[in-house]
Design a protein around this ligand. Sequence first.
Ligand code: PMP
Length: 397
Amino acid sequence: MTQLAERLSRISEPETIKMAKLTRELKAKGIDIVDLSIGEPDFDTPPHIREAAKKAIDEGFTHYTPVAGYADLRQAVVHKLKRDNNLEYAPEQIIVSTGAKQSIANAVLSIVDPGDEVIIPTPYWVTYSELVKLCQGEVKFVPCSIENKYKITPDQLEAAITPKTKLFMFSSPCNPTGAVYSKEELAALAEVFARHPQIFIIADEIYEYINYVGKHESIAQFGDLKERTVLINGLSKGFAMTGWRLGYLAAPTALAKAADKIQSQFTSATCSITQRAAITALTGDLSSAMAMVAAFKKRRAFIYGALSNITGLKVIEPEGAFYMFPDVSAFFGKSFEGATINNADDLCMYLLHKAHLSVVTGAAFQQRNCIRISYANSMEKLEEGMKRMAQGLGQLQ
Ligand code: PMP
C-alpha cells in the first residue's frame, strides 16, 4: 500500500484559500457573489513597474538568477530598508524569494527544530502555525483581546516564554486585525526580548505602507534585536504585485545564508523578470503606492461606518492593512429558516449562500468570534457588500 507522508496530517489548507475556491465555484455557476474574502489589492500594478518588466524581457533577463536574487536587486532592498526604515543591512543579509510566504518558510525552516516552542500572538496570519508544525515545532498561541486592539502586551509575552522558546512571529500591520504596533509598544516588547537572548523574531512587515496612523516602525530598530530578527517584506501588498511573486527577508548573516541554502533546494530563485521590475518598484518614487493607500483609507472610512451601524457587531477601526475584523458573536444562536448559526464558520457559510457575500471565518486566524472582511475592493462592491451584510444579518432571528 502506498502512503502519503505523515507531515500532511499535521497541517491544513488555509481557510482563506478554501473560501476563495468556494467563491470561485459559486461564481462559475453564475451566482453573483460579492467577494470580500480576498487578501489582495484590487489595483493594477503601477505602469512604471510593468514597463520595467517588459524591458527586462526584451533585454534578455530570461535565465536563471542567483538564488538570493540579482546583486543589484539585493542592493535595492538595502536602499529601501535605509530609506524607509533607517535600518542598515549589507546586501548579503538580503535573500529575495517568491513571496513573503516563502521568505517566512525559509526563516522557519532555518530556525525551528522539533520540540522548539514558537510564540504566535492571535489573531494571526494562517500560515505561521502551519510552517511551525511542518518543522515539528510546538505552537504556543497567545490570545490578544479586542480591548488591547488585538496586540500582545509585554506581560503576556513574558508569561508565554519558557526555556524552550525559540521564536516569536507576528505581523504589523496585522492580517487579519489591522493592528499596528507603535514605536512605544515595540520598545516595550523589545525590553522583554532583551531578557531572553535565545529567542529569534520574525517580523512580517508586508503591509508596511498600508498604515493609516503614522510612520511604520520595525522591532529590528531596538538594541541588539537586529541580530536575531528576520524582517519580512515584499511587493505583493504595497505595489499591488501579488501575482508577480516577490518577497524578501533581511536577517543576520548566518540566518540569511541558511535561508539561501534552503531556497536553493526548493525554488532556486524567483522569476528573473519580476526581479528586474522589483528594482524599479523599490528604488522608484512611491506616489502610486501612496495613491492606493489613500483609496484604502477612504474605503476604510466607509466600511467602518457601515459596519458600526449594524446592531450586534463589535467593530474596531483598523490602523493598517485592508481588513475589518468585527466580532459577530452576538449572532451565535440565531437562526434562519430553521438553520442555527452556532459559530463564525456557520455565519460565513450563511452569508455566502443566502446573502451571496464572501468573507472569511475568524476561526482561520484563531479568533472564533470574528469574521474577516477585506476592503481591498471597489467602493461599488463595498457598498453592495455592506447592503447584503446588513440584510443578511438583519433576517437572523
Ligand atoms: N504575510 C501576511 C501577513 C500576509 O497577509 C500575506 C499575504 N496574504 C503574506 C505574508 C504573503 O505575501 P506574499 O504574496 O508576498 O507571499
